[in-house]
Design a protein around this ligand. Structure first.
Ligand SMILES: CC(C)(COP(=O)(O)OP(=O)(O)OC[C@H]1O[C@@H](n2cnc3c(N)ncnc32)[C@H](O)[C@@H]1OP(=O)(O)O)[C@@H](O)C(=O)NCCC(=O)NCCS
Length: 188
């Protein structure tokens, strides 16, 4: 097994990104039991606190194994949980990972996702020395598409009818960002 990773908190102007802990479970469930937040997710809205416990437990193990890096997004001033962002499917040899994010409905439209994911992308390309980031979204998820564009991601592919969740069929749009393009273009 690969050596565990020591994750430092990532701080931005308004936010602290840090690993989730057991006491974050209630706040996490509040966010990800919301059908509006989960509309384009590859799973149903959470229903029980056990799902939040399991998510935090699994995230901790995957962080230790360097398979993923999942961080809660907290307000620096109040400590409120705004959501989570993650690098997952980390392939160390290829220096590649997938980017994911989810923000509480009450925090939408305030630049929280852009501030958090900009910091995580910077961490991925600098501290983790990755070469390529990927993201997969529902093409109807305009907010996520715009966020990825703001981060510099390029739309690279389209996979029709890739998902069937609760009987609903949906397509996938695939996005990618190479470090060389990020270095030459990012403005955050
Ligand atoms: C998509 C999401 C992360 C955006 O979070 P947010 O904190 O509101 O985003 P920001 O305020 O940082 O905005 C980033 C950019 O996206 C744009 N944007 C955000 N939501 C939008 C929407 N619904 N439609 C169009 N553009 C949107 C913003 O205007 C901004 O672009 P701009 O600077 O050019 O104006 C949030 O809506 C969310 O968590 N959705 C549910 C979870 C989800 O779908 N995750 C992805 C699953 S793959």
């Amino acid at each position: 097994m690969a050596e565990g990773r020591t994750v430092l908190n990532i701080e931005t102007e308004r936010l602290v990104l840090r690993p989730l802990v057991h006491t974050d479970s209630d706040s996490l469930l509040d966010i990800f039991s919301d059908p509006v937040v989960m509309e384009y997710w590859d799973g149903s809205p959470w229903r029980t606190i056990d799902q939040a416990h399991a998510f935090i437990h699994d995230a901790h193990l995957e962080n230790e194994r360097r398979e993923s890096l999942t961080l809660g997004i907290f307000a620096r001033d109040s400590g409120e949980l705004h959501g989570k962002c993650m690098l997952f499917k980390i392939h160390e040899e290829s220096k590649r990972a997938e980017l994911g994010f989810g923000i509480a409905k009450s925090s939408w439209g305030k630049g929280i996702a852009l501030e958090a994911t900009s910091a995580l992308v910077t961490y991925a390309f600098t501290t983790m020395a990755l070469n390529r980031l990927e993201a997969e979204i529902d093409p109807a998820n305009f907010g996520s598409a715009r966020l990825l564009e703001r981060l510099g991601f390029i739309k690279e592919g389209y996979l029709p009818e890739r998902w069937i969740i609760d009987g609903k069929v949906s397509d996938s749009a695939l996005y990618g960002l190479l470090i060389k393009n990020w270095q030459s273009s990012h403005s955050y």
